[in-house]
Write a protein that binds this ligand. Structure first.
Ligand SMILES: [Fe+2]
Ligand SMILES: [Fe+2]
Length: 397
């Protein structure tokens, strides 16, 4: 029996267990014996209320504040690092120097264990799917860059942010190519598939919901790159150059996180009821990594993602505990617990749901640990084509 969740902006259903995507309508779902969760349909009506002119006006009025407090979080091109700064540069080193530097890079990369290599690929693929993300921001009402060269603070942010992000995939991709430890053709095919398949977002045109997602996700990405930096730098001899690359990317993500968290914080000030309800809406549906449709060409959509999530959990690059900590952080940042005045009944319910959620996730973490301990001796060997089909032993949930 599969549990289906309606992805609420298009007639598509995702199976919660196998994560396979079924383009389906209500009748199809009924014929395959699945229950449609009514509350999700109600949810769709809820997020669409955020497109009312008075709600969008709250966002529109923030533009001068974005100019003053958010845009300065972007770095000028002249002050930005570039992938060439972090990798052997043939123009600067000459042929022999470049060759020697590449040999050093390859030797250091030999120390990185397979499960971290797999996590590194997932980090890189997430970054390389960049074309999907500005498309998402350009779907948001008020915020979107309507012409592609708008002069609004919103549009300049979207383009400047995308330009900074573009370096992340470049630097990771180039490191991986030079290291010789990856089947690059398989990795490249994964990137192409992920961009082709896109990503599933809830409430796709509401800026309130969109900023909750991006604030959460930028922090998640900063944590994933930061944990990867710490782990690849620490094991054995360690790969200091790779640790530096991942750490540099993580620092960018933290700046981006600050921008989106500030922005959402301002929305919380301007309309606490709408903001807390949008946050609860998003958390009820869970914040998935943008790689939720990642696949290796062998598994159904979602199946490979579930395997990867188990590997990341085991490797320690992104864990359930990280997810809970991000939520706790955002609850503190946006003063969710203290919200009282101006809340509707639904707003109070949303606040109470959010404040209780970290405890629920904590119980889930304990179950995961308990289950892993019990199943210690029977990990599943997962062959990963990104690393020439070597297997990763992982205890699947
Ligand atoms: Fe990034
Ligand atoms: Fe980012």
């Amino acid at each position: 029996m599969h549990e289906l969740v309606l992805r609420d902006y298009r007639p598509t259903y995702i199976c919660r267990r196998c994560r396979s995507k079924a383009a389906a309508n209500r009748e199809t779902v009924a014929t395959v014996g699945h229950r449609l969760e009514k509350k999700i349909v109600v949810g769709e009506e809820e997020w669409r209320t955020y497109l009312a002119p008075e709600r969008l006006e709250v966002v529109r009025q923030l533009e001068p504040w974005v100019e003053e407090h958010v845009l300065p979080l972007l770095k000028p091109v002249e002050a930005s690092w570039q992938p060439s700064d972090l990798l052997p540069d043939p123009a600067a080193l000459g042929a022999d120097g470049f060759h020697a530097a590449c040999l050093d890079l390859r030797a250091a990369a030999m120390g990185v264990p397979d499960e971290l290599l797999v996590c590194l690929v997932a980090n890189m693929v997430t970054e390389e799917a960049l074309p999907t993300y500005p498309s998402g921001l350009n779907r948001l009402e008020v915020v979107r860059d309507a012409t592609g060269a708008d002069d609004t603070a919103w549009a300049r942010w979207i383009r400047g942010w995308s330009a900074e992000e573009n370096r992340h995939g470049d630097v990771l991709n180039r490191y991986m190519h030079l290291s010789g430890r990856f089947d690059m053709r398989e990795v490249e095919r994964t990137v192409q598939r992920l961009i082709r398949d896109g990503m599933s977002v809830h409430a796709p045109t509401s800026p309130f919901h969109g900023f909750v997602y991006v604030a959460f996700q930028e922090r998640a990405t900063a944590i994933a790159h930061g944990n990867t930096a710490r782990l690849v730098g620490a094991r054995g001899a360690g790969d200091a150059a790779l640790a530096r690359i991942c750490g540099t990317v993580a620092a960018d993500e933290k700046r981006h996180e600050a921008a989106y968290t500030r922005l959402m914080g301002k929305l919380f000030e301007a309309d606490p009821d709408a903001s807390v309800r949008a946050m609860a809406y998003m958390m009820r549906r869970r914040i998935d990594m943008p790689t939720v449709f990642i696949n290796d060409g062998r598994h159904s959509v979602g199946d490979f993602y579930a395997r990867f999530i188990a590997i990341a959990q085991q490797a320690g690059t992104y864990t359930v505990s990280d997810y809970r900590c991000i939520l706790e952080h955002l609850i503190r940042q946006w003063g969710v617990e203290e919200l009282a005045t101006g809340l509707s009944g639904e707003g109070r319910q949303a606040r109470d749901y959010l404040c209780a959620l970290p405890r629920k996730i904590k119980r889930m973490e304990e179950k995961v640990i308990d289950k892993s301990a019990k199943a210690q001796n029977k990990p599943t060997a997962i062959p990963i084509n990104w690393i020439f089909d070597r297997t990763i032993g992982v205890v699947l949930p």
